[in-house]
Design a protein around this ligand. Structure first.
Ligand SMILES: *Cc1c(COP(=O)(O)O)cnc(C)c1O
Length: 471
């Protein structure tokens, strides 16, 4: 411990402040109606506490801003690229570092080179852009998270683990020729931000080696995952997060990364690769083929769709994100919100993940049937009562409209995600969120369901419009 007291304080002081906007309930009622009860359609200035996402919403440090002033905007061979490359290599050890404008660009390039129609890509849970990029290539994105990861109320230290037997079965049944790579997402975002154990990562690595398969990490929250390993897995308590992260990366052949998460930057990403350890046509010159794709849509290999100052911000962010005081505060402050909600009788996915708390809206609002979107209704109520903007991850995201007017088939879960931006809100902001939810939980019967009045054919959650359901 850094000192002898129990209170875990924010490991920073605040140099620049940004006002947040207080509004009246009446104003919010009107804004909500104008947005068709879809919180994506609100003006951010009408939001008091924004928990929509942790992606690109973090606060940068004074060192990162100083780095931005040092940014070298040379088209080719910029100093900032070499600082970025060195930062990525010192953590991952991978020899080829390919900058991209976001994580999904790294995915598109990698799957564009490796995946073909009829292929299968196994993962614990594919994040939605990962799934979309696999499917865009005509391949199947197969989720193989361990059974315990599918049950929100069950406690387990590593609910993000992949089911190793299911992975081996998939490799045998589908055949190595139809599996261009295997992936693991750390932490498992689509599965509640749950961590993957080192033992699981090592086992996937061994399995892939045995079958000659490329193993790629979706490393967006690698530092948070490293911290969970330090806290929960035997043998890691005395290791530094950097050492743990290096071991994680050592088991894989490369990674895709969104620097908007554990890069502590507002934009950016990368694809990092070793030369594949297998000598066959499929993997020959893989890094070079990826760079060729990069030039086509992202930019020259030493900037890849980013400004020199973005590369500097990420280089510094990657070092800061592995600091023990930061990670202790980060994971503890998320758990703190979870504990307060549980104490207020709000059902959440257990145990709290790294970057977000997920409320089980179907359990909290049992009087609202899934086809009246309890998650969306709870999210709207949080905005109306308290100016808080969470995001629904449930029936609206996963449900599909019916064409005969019958109710939609219920999705697996109806969750509301409270995503914590990095280094942005203080403990009193979080206390306010917990108090607001306790208030809403106390009058939950008064929250009514919603119906959709308009929706797009794909990814409807971003733009759908709702109104209060009758009855
Ligand atoms: C955010 C995210 C991505 C995509 O990254 P973008 O920078 O948003 O394109 C991929 N995988 C996971 C697990 C993510 O959380």
């Amino acid at each position: 411990m850094p000192h002898k007291f129990q209170t875990i304080i924010e490991p920073f002081k605040i140099k620049a402040v940004e006002p947040i906007h207080f509004t009246t309930r009446e104003h919010r009622a009107q804004a909500l109606a104008e947005a068709g009860y879809n919180l994506f359609l609100l003006h951010a200035d009408d939001v008091l506490i924004d928990l929509l996402t942790d992606s690109g919403t973090g606060a940068m440090s004074s060192e990162q801003w100083a780095g931005m002033m040092r940014g070298d905007e040379s088209y080719a061979g910029a100093r900032s690229f070499y600082a970025f490359e060195a930062a990525v290599q010192s953590i991952t050890g991978y020899s080829h570092v390919i900058p991209t404008h976001q994580g999904r660009a790294a995915e598109r390039i990698l799957f564009g080179v490796l995946c073909h129609p009829g292929d299968v890509v196994p993962n614990n849970n594919h994040f939605d852009t990962t799934r979309a990029n696999v499917e865009y290539r005509g391949a199947e994105a197969r989720d193989l998270v361990a059974e315990v990861g599918r049950h929100p109320a069950e406690l387990h230290p590593f609910k993000g683990n992949i089911d190793l037997e299911a992975l081996e079965r998939t490799i045998v049944e589908v055949g190595v020729d139809k599996i261009p790579l295997a992936m693991l997402t750390v932490t498992n975002n689509a599965g509640g931000g749950q961590p993957v154990s080192m033992a699981n990562i090592r086992a996937v690595s061994e399995l892939c080696r045995r079958h000659g398969l490329l193993f790629i990490l979706d490393a967006c929250r690698f530092a948070e995952n490293a911290w969970f390993i330090k806290e929960r897995e035997e043998g890691y308590a005395d290791k530094a997060p950097l050492e743990i992260a290096r071991e994680i990366f050592s088991y894989a052949d490369g990674c895709t990364m969104s620097a908007k998460k554990d890069g502590l930057a507002n934009i950016g990403g990368f694809l990092a690769l070793n030369d594949p350890p297998y000598d066959n046509e499929r993997y020959r010159d893989l890094p070079q083929r990826c760079r060729n794709q990069l030039i086509l849509t992202e930019g020259f290999p030493t900037y890849g769709g980013l400004a020199g100052y973005d590369l500097e911000a990420i280089a510094v962010g990657l070092r800061e994100v592995l600091r023990e005081d930061y990670l202790r505060y980060r994971i503890r402050s998320t758990a703190y919100l979870g504990e307060k909600l549980l104490a207020a009788g709000v059902p959440i996915v257990q145990p709290p993940g790294g970057h977000a708390i997920y409320i089980d809206a179907r359990a909290m609002l049992p009087h609202i049937p899934p086809h009246q979107y309890p998650g969306q209704a709870l999210a709207a109520a949080m905005y109306l009562e308290a100016g808080i903007r969470p995001v629904e991850i449930g029936q609206v995201v996963f449900g599909r409209p019916t064409h005969d007017g019958s109710p939609e088939t219920p999705s697996h879960l109806d969750l509301v995600r409270l995503t914590i931006p990095r280094r942005v809100y203080t403990q009193s902001h979080i206390d306010y969120v917990a108090e607001a939810l306790a208030y809403i939980a106390g009058r939950r019967e008064q929250i009514g369901g919603l119906r959709i009045t308009w929706q797009a054919p794909v990814l409807r959650h971003f733009t759908a419009r709702f109104e209060p359901a009758k009855g």
